[in-house]
Each structure stands twice: as C-alpha cells, then as structure tokens.
Design a protein around this ligand. Sequence first.
Ligand SMILES: N[C@@H](CCC(=O)N[C@@H](CS)C(=O)NCC(=O)O)C(=O)O
Length: 276
Amino acid sequence: MRESHPWLGSTLTSKFSSTTVAMQTRLPVTRESFFKPHGGFVVGVKNLEVLRDTKEIEMTAKLYGANVCPFVHRTRLLLAEKGIEHEYVAIDLANKPDWYHEVLPSGKVPLLEHDGHRIWESDIICEYLEEAFDGPEFMPRDPGRKAEVRLLVNWGTSQLVPPFYKFLANQDRSKDGELKEQVLKVLRELNEKLGERPGPYFFAQITLADLELYPWFERMCVLRHYRDFQVPEKLSQVHAWWDAMKSRESVQKLKEEDEYFIEKYESYAVGDKVPA
Ligand SMILES: N[C@@H](CCC(=O)N[C@@H](CS)C(=O)NCC(=O)O)C(=O)O
C-alpha cells in the first residue's frame, strides 16, 4: 500500500558524468519507493515523462556500446523491449577514444549510466534495467523462477560463448572437428532445455534468458561463413526459438546484416585478433 508523504526536496549530482545526471528533485517518497534498491524513488518511463515535463529532474539512461558486441546487444534488446528512453553512445572498439578509459578503466562495453549509478557487465545491467524501469517484465517475480532464469543466463554465458569463440578463432584446422563438436554439444543441450518447455521461449513467457542468449544466434552467420557451420535443422526446438526471437520487433529493429558481422569478426577468424 502506498503512503502519501509531503514532497521532499533533495539534491543528487552524479559524480561521474560531464552530462551530469543532475537531479534537483522534489519527489514524493512512498513506502514502496523507499525500499527500491536503486536509491529511493520509483523510476519508470511514465514517471520520467511526468518529471521531465516539470523540468525537475533529468535522468535519461545512457548506454555506451558497440553494435558488434553481443553483450551490448543484450542490453539494447532489453532497452527496446521495455521501451526505455535512452541515449546510446557508440564506442569504436577498434579505435577506442582515450576518454572512454576515464569513464570506465577496463574500456569494455556495455556501460550504463543512470540515476547517478555507473553499471557494467551486461547481465547486471539487464537486471538493473529490469528492476529500475517500468514496462513489460522479463524476470518472474517468484524467487525460485528468478533463479532459474539466472542459471540459464549463466549457463549460456559460460557454456555457449567460449566454444563459439574458440571455434571461430582456431587456426589449427585439424582441431576444427573437435571444436565444432563442442559447439554442437551445447546446442543439443539447448534443444533439450527448450524441449522441456511448452512454448517457443525458455519459460512460459519471454525472459532475460531469451534476450541474453539471442545475440550469439545473430552472429552464427560468422561461423557459417568462416567455419562452414550451421545449426543443424534437426535441432528443431532451437530453430523454433530462434524464429520466435527473430519475429520480435526489438530484434528486427536492432538487427545488423550478416555482412556486417562477417567483416567485423574477420580478424578473429583469420587469427589476427584473439577474443578477450
Ligand atoms: N563480461 C562483459 C563482457 C564485455 C566485453 O567483453 N565487451 C567487449 C566487446 S564484446 C569489449 O568491450 N572489448 C573491448 C576491450 O576489451 O577493449 C559483459 O558481460 O558486459
């Protein structure tokens, strides 16, 4: 139940950004908002509209990213799905500007700035966006189900991603068969996991797990081009899931052409660059 309190004033200034999240806020403090983990008040697209109108607060999310990066892709899919207004700062990873290391010493993307927070690691950014913004939900509320989604995200990141890059970056052709088998093994497991579910997604409805795994499927064209690898047709659950994902507006809106990835991943495929 919401309790009404008088409007309280506070001043929060981001110490991070030149385009400061300058917040001279006069926001209603509610019981619900007090317990919000991100610092005190309910932030949502709806709220932002109201607040911007009043010129009392400016706190548009800002994402630093590069379109080539699957980890960035994850976060952009979620931003699009939730309809979160944001600024996108494209970082050229091949010629990274010096100032970006001042923003984030590791120099990695994605990085999110919002509400005085600076957040990196794509899975953490996704969870933050999910909790801090209104809009459609991509995380079940039940703690057990939430854990299942997290386990799947973690599984994808630890099991699918490394064999994908190893296969692509391998320069010893005699090892291609073995590395291809490692990718296939994970895809077969994925097929089984999807087979246990009623719909095309991993759970009853689309979750962060689907959005966070999808980017590597858009990049499968790279394995096809450089390693003559295709996701076997018989992995029908994977294909059904992939088709369902491809039909989503967010995926279509952010889609890059195969040629884009083929060019961008060439340095890995020919051994000029080693995946981090
Ligand atoms: N674990 C990080 C990985 C981020 C990452 O590896 N980003 C790469 C691009 S895909 C990057 O920024 N590379 C630039 C560099 O290492 O200098 C996440 O999930 O966000």
